[in-house]
Ligand binder design. Structure first.
Ligand SMILES: [Zn+2]
Ligand SMILES: [Zn+2]
Length: 62
């Protein structure tokens, strides 16, 4: 089985699975937002991290 986990640079849209490049804020295929903004401290995290809580302030963001 080919190893795909941990591949640098490749980031898949959480909704449609389209591979998007690094700096995009939303998916060019389906419009899904690719970033999570913490409502508490305003820090922006990439969905790729899968954070449920803001690592900066501890607020739940997912
Ligand atoms: Zn998408
Ligand atoms: Zn925060």
């Amino acid at each position: 089985m080919p190893k795909t986990k941990g591949k640098r640079g490749a980031f898949r849209c959480p909704r449609c699975g389209e591979i998007t490049s690094g700096g995009l804020k939303s998916c060019p295929e389906c419009g899904q937002r690719l970033t999570l903004e913490c409502p508490e401290c305003g820090q922006i995290w990439r969905h790729i991290h899968g954070y449920k809580f803001c690592p900066n302030c501890g607020k739940r963001i997912a």
